[in-house]
Design a protein around this ligand. Structure first.
Ligand SMILES: C[S@@+](CC[C@H](N)C(=O)[O-])C[C@H]1O[C@@H](n2cnc3c(N)ncnc32)[C@H](O)[C@@H]1O
Length: 238
């Protein structure tokens, strides 16, 4: 039943934005949280296109982090601008918006356990980040609710070997197994996890791209050398 709903939403969508708008309208989500908001583009789209939303928590430190080696980690003054942009883009829904400025660990407990119908994880995609976000967010979701997320990258070297690896995949799959939940791999590097005490662990890959949930191949030194050489070639290309 659920798989059918997810597949219908995929068939009616050309982007991650369209997919989540279709999905959230279908499940009539009321209470949402987004972890990692940046300039507020995703929040603005959902608030504009999903009438069922009553409360939208925005979790983001909007500050430079000294323990986050990823390209989206900008200087404080840049993040101040991003926060202003987020506010102006979502002012039309200010009565629904709750801005929680801080890292997940600093602010997530302002959300009551079991309060959320849906949360979207798009913050720190390193192993540290995704493990903190899933573990701290899961109790906030009601039974029958959902967690979606971005950067379910097929390669851990999503942002080149200069940066900390991205481990949303496969960690989210391991987490689903730990909590006995069903998790879907979706197009556009998205994932969807169902928190449903009546379901059990299942990894449903609707893309066919995520067959190997181990890390041995990706972390094979020969493979890493190949990735590094390719990056050099890209770097030197005029
Ligand atoms: C890729 S951007 C989010 C994009 C946004 N969701 C969208 O679709 O428009 C990542 C954001 O995660 C935030 N972030 C990084 N580490 C975080 C943490 N530990 N807790 C919460 N947010 C974090 C960053 O400040 C940044 O704004």
């Amino acid at each position: 039943m659920t798989r059918q709903i997810v597949e219908n939403c995929i068939n009616q969508s050309n982007s991650r934005f369209e997919f989540w708008v279709n999905f959230l309208n279908l499940i009539k989500a009321k209470n949402l949280a987004e972890l990692g908001v940046y300039k507020g583009d995703f929040a603005a789209k959902l608030l504009k296109k999903c009438d069922s939303i009553e409360k939208y928590y925005m979790v983001d430190p909007w500050r430079q982090l000294d323990d986050w080696n990823k390209p989206a980690n900008k200087e404080d003054n840049v993040f101040e601008k991003f926060l202003s942009q987020t506010k102006s883009k979502t002012d039309f829904a200010s009565e629904k918006r709750i801005i929680l400025r801080g890292k997940t660990t600093e602010v997530v407990d302002k959300i009551t356990d079991g309060e959320l119908d849906f949360a979207y994880i798009d913050g720190d995609h390193t192993l540290k980040g995704i493990s903190i976000d899933l573990i701290r967010l899961f109790p906030k979701i009601k039974d029958g609710g959902w967690i979606g997320g971005d950067d379910f990258s097929k390669t851990v070297w999503q942002h080149s070997t200069k940066y900390e690896p991205t481990l949303v995949f496969p960690f989210a799959v391991y987490f689903a197994e730990a909590v006995d939940a069903t998790i879907y791999a979706l197009p556009n590097s998205q994932f969807l996890l169902a928190k449903d005490s009546k379901q059990s662990f299942n990894f449903i890959d609707l893309t066919g791209d995520y067959q190997d949930t181990g890390l041995k191949e990706q972390l094979n030194p020969d493979k890493i050398l190949k990735v590094k050489n390719k990056e050099k070639f890209i770097f030197w290309r005029p």
